[in-house]
Design a protein around this ligand. Structure first.
Ligand SMILES: *Cc1c(COP(=O)(O)O)cnc(C)c1O
Length: 369
């Protein structure tokens, strides 16, 4: 089955006697135990979550998937599955919400280092005998840094270190880290997989059902940060159109980033699809498309960047990414006073509006500064 086909059929487990074409939502929290069935209690498993986990595992070429109630809950399950005292290497540029979680909740439990993973020698120098995990996020958020997944996995696996890759920005359409050597893939399904800015969710997909994975499964089922049957249903529905949505998102992103790269009011565009991007060659090797999130620096400072955001009509001024509607935000304003993100950086999630509308909207908003 090709991914487009799996996206439609692998998340559909209709089990009703009247054979609906689409799996219904099973809202029951508990199941009759007098007839042996697959499910007992919905925190442990339920038909809609099973269907969702099945399609997610197929799209990422994994052995199994575990669905969570948010991307952060998925990330947290990985941290909770580690032995206390383990050394964890996190990327220097990564999703701010997860870095915040780790610093706030795990600083006394895990030994955490932030390392620029584009510098492989620097990475090797940071590895200790207690290093248990290298966390990769590529392309990264918000600077779109590209990390060489294959090389990192080679370094890690020589020393029995697990590699988890946050693949949220790329989506399974543009990148499949398990095929590049990663042990586990993480997604905030809130983003491209959900695709319509109306579902919060997360997922982990494993290459092998090993001991570490069983611990993660326990965190999922015993910790209980699981998505509701309704959320699972919504996500399965969204995933059916993922591959075709991404084609549109990628088409628009290529055009918009080229337009902005040549715009006199723009200092720099961060997008791995551009030849000028330092990670372009690696991205070309490991990705099947460069994603539909990019950042750019407006000439000037925070005030000029804010003016551009205020002047746009079709780009909603909002955080998050991955929906059919285009979104824009000045990232430093969200990340707080200790951020290293440039003050004039705008992050754009490119939607499915007509590209000519998006380009003319940007052009007129940039004209006011
Ligand atoms: C949004 C996001 C997360 C967190 O996911 P939530 O669903 O918001 O909890 C993690 N990583 C990346 C790259 C994200 O964009």
């Amino acid at each position: 089955m090709k991914p487009e086909t799996a996206a439609i059929h692998a998340g559909n487990f209709p089990d009703e006697t009247n054979h609906p074409a689409i799996q219904s939502i099973t809202t029951a929290t508990t199941f009759d135990r007098s007839t042996p069935g697959q499910h007992l209690y919905t925190r442990a498993s339920n038909p809609n979550r099973d269907a969702l986990e099945n399609v997610l595992a197929q799209l990422e070429f994994g052995a199994e998937a575990a669905a969570f109630s948010s991307g952060n809950a998925a990330g947290m399950a990985v941290m909770q599955a580690l032995k206390p005292g383990s050394h964890v290497i996190m990327p220097a540029d990564m999703y701010h919400g997860l870095r915040w979680q780790i610093n706030a909740l795990f600083k006394d439990i895990l030994d955490i280092s932030y390392v620029d993973l584009t510098q492989l020698l620097e990475l090797e120098n940071h590895i200790k005998s207690t290093t248990a995990l290298i966390w990769v996020e590529t392309p990264s958020n918000p600077l779109l840094t590209v990390t060489d997944i294959t090389s990192i996995c080679e370094i890690a696996h020589r020393r029995n270190i697990k590699v988890v890759c946050d693949n949220t920005l790329a989506s399974p359409v543009c990148q499949n880290p398990l095929n590049l050597g990663a042990d586990i893939v993480m997604h905030s399904t809130t983003k491209w997989l959900g695709g319509h800015s109306d579902i919060l969710g997360g997922a982990l997909i494993t290459k092998e059902k090993d001991e570490f994975w069983e611990t993660i499964r326990n965190v999922q089922r015993l910790g209980g940060a699981v998505p509701s049957p309704f959320d699972c249903y919504m996500l399965v529905r969204s995933i059916k159109t993922l591959y075709y949505r991404m084609r549109g998102h990628l088409f628009n992103t290529e055009k918009l980033t080229l337009f902005l790269s040549n715009h006199p009011k723009v200092e720099k565009v961060f997008y791995p699809g551009l030849l000028s991007h330092p990670g372009h060659d690696i991205a070309q090797k490991q990705m099947n498309g460069y994603g539909a999130l990019f950042s750019f620096l407006v000439k000037g400072g925070a005030a000029e960047a804010d003016k551009v955001v205020a002047g746009l009509n079709y780009f909603t001024h909002a955080t998050s990414l991955g929906g059919v509607e285009s979104l824009i935000e000045r990232r430093a304003s969200v990340e707080g006073p200790d951020t290293k993100t440039p003050q004039n950086l705008l992050r754009v999630s490119v939607g499915l509006e007509h590209i000519e509308d998006l380009i003319s909207d940007m052009d007129s908003a940039l004209a006011v500064i």
